[in-house]
Design a protein around this ligand. Structure first.
Ligand code: F55
Length: 825
């Protein structure tokens, strides 16, 4: 389907497609063509949205030849590819990245100016595809960027949600969710390919039948949907490579399948036809507690079944031998969400291709590798057996068979150790009979990795100890990374220019070269230029917040930023306790306000809509902000901003402006963090716990250039084991007591003493993530921050050293690690 059916004879058909010439005139011409013949409007009558769409299509046009060429080259060379399976891709805006990748930024700017248009305005028209919740989805987007930039064959597979992560608004300080209608004004980047649609079956039952003298099983499904692929370009950075991101959209099958209709349950069949499109309607907004909803399992199986089928039937050449599949692809499982791919591949090999079980298992287990992104027990996905059996009866049987064979092996290696066998069982009976997806992924995957050194250690020791003992060589670490293209080069043009002036251009694809900046920390002129870049970024941010949110920020403040999903373990409450404490000390005249370093604190955080306490914390932050920002006693000393709807677009403006990066999760809870890396690379200093990748950041930048605080993971474990009592910290620390009392007094709620009761009582009587235990240490670290910030030359040195020493956190390096530790394994 991808190649010509017959040999072409016309000379033009043999020539490779070429991109249009990259000149301003050429660009103007293409742009006007897109506007006139694509959008169907004259420039004089066009809206900004028309102009944005035409511009996007113009850039897309320039990439097209490279895309077709990449695909052709891939089919010809048959190089091993990565099939990245992820239910989420938090892409961010596409236009700026595409202009950077094609190096068309300047030409586009001039071409738009020649048309009387402003490139910045057109870029701002784009609604970002928010097809992910947070770190996990953004990581997938960084990884596909790096793979394209490194010319590594990869297809990213995922879901084209009609509604991405909800749009957050605040009403009287409380989070209110609005649907994310990212497709409503037209979306120029996706290419639908109805000719490559895939049918996906659900429901029904299984039966055995005789096939010669073998007894076989077949699945008789009761309903099906169609998976329609949309291809998205993933351009490498100025390297002529364009990989593919293939996102699936669910459609009702056109022909009503009479056989199924008559054999199956009538109501069920009709319901399925009617509700097919629901499957890819909306992204589930929980970022840590998976919803065990049937629709979510449908989403998972839907995109995975489409993707595996697509890879085998469309990406591989016709007649390709499935025994060679492990030499041609590794399917990387981005958390457990796509793990149903394992029994799906087994089903294809055993039921459809009629392979022996062992033969199929040998191939399957060499095709998959699993990345875990959490340690929280409630985040580990399990599916009730009855739900699985109803939706995917054949897959459930296969899972049982995988488990039986695996446990037989365990019992053989450890005879008379039934406890061990049970602890490793993929299917558990407690609290309900269900399938532990992380166990399935571990048993089936050739490798299992955590996302930072500490996390991988804890994963092996605490979450999957029996498995890491059983297969020590299976467990490995790949520390996360972020793409320097989007998060440094695009987001921070001023710092980028400084770096390029010092080092030349190569650093964008070779971030280790940032190490060469080290001597510039001692250069007074460079430090001054660095501070000017930071200041420019702050002004850009303040202008944006004014226009976007009506937030007025002013002054030459320390900009202190905490942006990430709202979760108790991330401890936004610890940050708010610190702010309240600063405020309390000023208004009660415990400190001379003129001795306090002026500080602007910015929060950005969405709470899962069903996460009650998280929403109460958002309310608290907003109400504290309201009070503090209008109190003349702290004017010019302390201000708080909480712009709604933090997303990738806002991150790109916020992170480059920050002086201080808040990474304050309870040790052992944040698997890695990736925001922490983005801040350090943009020259913010970190105040952080010994958690996730913070540990590695601290090691690389040095203790002197990092504000570490709090308990270590072993200390946390010990305190937990000894019986943690938050109240004792409250009673014994007057500063902490004063802060909590002020919140409880109604000072931030117009005298209402009940307004924050859920948050306050949780802290005092529960505090699962030990914010009170780390409070004193956090306050000390913040005092050290203030002292350090007072010496701007010293601060600039530290900040520059953070940039120079964090090149390791490029996602290009992560990809090299995946290649050497997993994909080539
Ligand atoms: C989304 C859906 C479900 Cl059901 C569960 C989790 C998520 C999710 O978004 N997880 C997530 O973002 N995890 C984060 O992954 C990052 C990338 O590895 C880590 O840096 C971060 O520590 C981790 O919390």
């Amino acid at each position: 389907r991808y190649g010509p059916m017959t040999t072409p004879t016309h000379p033009l058909a043999l020539a490779p497609v070429t991109a249009p010439p990259a000149t301003v005139d050429g660009f103007v011409k293409e742009f006007l063509r897109e506007l006139n013949t694509g959008q169907g409007v004259a420039l004089s009558r066009s809206t900004v949205n028309d102009q944005y769409l035409a511009l996007a299509r113009t850039v897309r046009h320039y990439l097209m030849a490279r895309w077709l060429e990449t695909t052709r080259h891939q089919r010809e060379t048959k190089e091993k590819a990565v099939g990245y399976l992820s239910a989420e891709y938090l892409l961010g805006r596409q236009l700026g990245n595409a202009l950077l990748a094609t190096d068309l930024g300047e030409i586009a700017e001039k071409a738009m100016a020649a048309c009387g248009l402003d490139l910045v305005t057109l870029r701002a028209q784009e609604v970002e595809p928010g097809l992910g919740n947070g770190g996990l989805g953004r990581l997938a987007a960084c990884f596909v960027d790096s793979l394209a930039t490194m010319s590594i064959p990869c297809i990213g597979y995922g879901i084209r949600y009609e509604y991405g992560i909800f749009k957050q608004t605040f009403v009287d300080g409380r989070q209110v969710e609005q649907p994310d209608t990212w497709l409503s004004l037209g979306e120029p980047w996706g290419f639908p390919h109805p000719e490559a649609a895939v049918q996906v079956d659900f429901g029904g039952y299984t039966e055995t039948y005789r096939d010669g003298d073998v007894e076989r099983t077949r699945w008789v499904p009761s309903w099906n949907v169609l998976g329609l692929p949309y291809n998205y370009m993933v351009p490498g950075y100025q390297n002529g490579r364009v990989n593919t991101l293939r996102l699936w959209s669910a459609q009702a099958t056109k022909a009503f399948d009479l056989a199924i209709f008559n054999a199956g349950d009538y109501a069920e069949a009709v319901r399925a036809q009617t509700f097919a499109e629901n499957i890819t309607k909306v992204l589930y907004p929980e970022d840590s507690t998976p919803q065990g909803k049937e629709l979510r399992l449908q989403q998972q199986y839907f995109f995975v079944a489409c993707s595996i089928r697509d890879f085998i039937n469309q990406v591989m050449e016709p007649g390709f031998d499935l025994h060679d599949l492990p030499e041609r692809v590794t399917f990387q499982l981005n958390d457990t969400h796509p793990v149903i791919a394992v029994p799906e591949l087994m089903r294809i090999l055993v039921d459809e291709h009629k392979w022996e079980w062992d033969e199929a298992w040998d191939v399957t287990k060499r095709c998959f590798a699993y990345t875990c992104h959490t340690l929280l027990p409630e985040a580990l996905e399990v599916w009730p057996v009855d739900l699985l059996g109803r939706l995917l009866p054949r897959h459930l049987e296969i899972i049982y068979q995988i488990n039986d064979a695996f446990l037989a092996e365990v019992r053989e290696r450890f005879p008379n150790d039934e406890l061990r066998a049970r602890s490793m069982s993929i299917v558990t009976d407690y609290p309900d009979r269900s399938v532990r997806m992380a166990y399935l992924a571990t048993v089936a995957g050739m490798k299992v990795n955590g996302v930072a050194a500490l996390h991988s250690q804890l994963l092996a020791d605490k979450v999957l100890p029996a498995f890491s003992e059983y297969w020590p060589e299976k467990f490995t670490n790949v520390t996360n990374g972020v793409t320097p293209r989007r998060f440094l080069r695009l987001a921070n043009p001023w710092l980028s220019q400084l770096i390029t002036d010092a080092l030349g251009v190569g650093w964008v694809t070779d971030l280790d070269r940032l190490a060469e900046l080290e001597p510039y920390a001692q250069d007074e002129d460079f430090r001054k230029a660095f501070r000017e870049a930071k200041q420019t970024n702050k002004e850009r941010l303040y202008a944006l917040l004014r226009a976007r949110d009506g937030i007025e920020l002013s002054g030459d403040h320390l900009l202190d930023v905490m942006v990430k999903r709202l979760h108790e373990y991330k401890r936004q409450t610890l940050k708010i306790l610190h702010i309240v404490s600063l405020y309390e000390q000023i208004i009660h005249e415990r400190v001379d306000p003129t001795t306090i370093t002026p500080r602007t604190v910015v929060f950005g955080a969405k709470a899962a809509p069903g996460y009650r306490l998280a929403k109460e914390i958002i309310y608290l932050i907003n109400k504290v902000g309201e009070t503090v920002n209008t109190d003349p006693r702290v004017a010019g000393r302390l201000q708080i901003a909480f712009p709604a709807n933090y997303n990738v677009t806002l991150a790109e403006k916020l992170i480059p402006a920050a002086d201080l990066s808040e990474q304050i999760s309870l040790a052992g809870m944040e698997a890695s963090g990736t925001g922490n890396m983005k801040f350090a690379l943009n020259g913010a200093l970190t105040i952080g716990t010994d958690d996730g990748a913070n540990v590695e950041i601290r090691q690389l930048v040095g203790d002197d250039n990092f504000f570490g605080f709090g308990m270590t993971e072993p200390e946390v474990a010990a305190l937990g084991a000894s019986g943690y009592q938050p109240g004792s910290y409250y009673e014994s620390n007057p500063q902490l007591k004063a802060a909590i009392d002020l919140i409880a007094s109604g000072a931030f709620s117009g005298g209402d003493r009940n307004a924050f009761e859920p948050v306050v009582s949780n802290l005092l009587y529960h505090d699962r993530f030990m914010a009170l235990a780390d409070f004193a240490s956090y306050v000390d670290a913040q005092a050290a921050v203030e002292a350090a910030y007072a010496d701007q030359e010293a601060w600039s040195k530290m900040a520059i050293l953070n940039v120079a020493r964090t090149g390791f956190f490029s996602s290009d390096r992560s990809m090299r690690d995946y290649l050497s530790r997993i994909w080539r394994a």
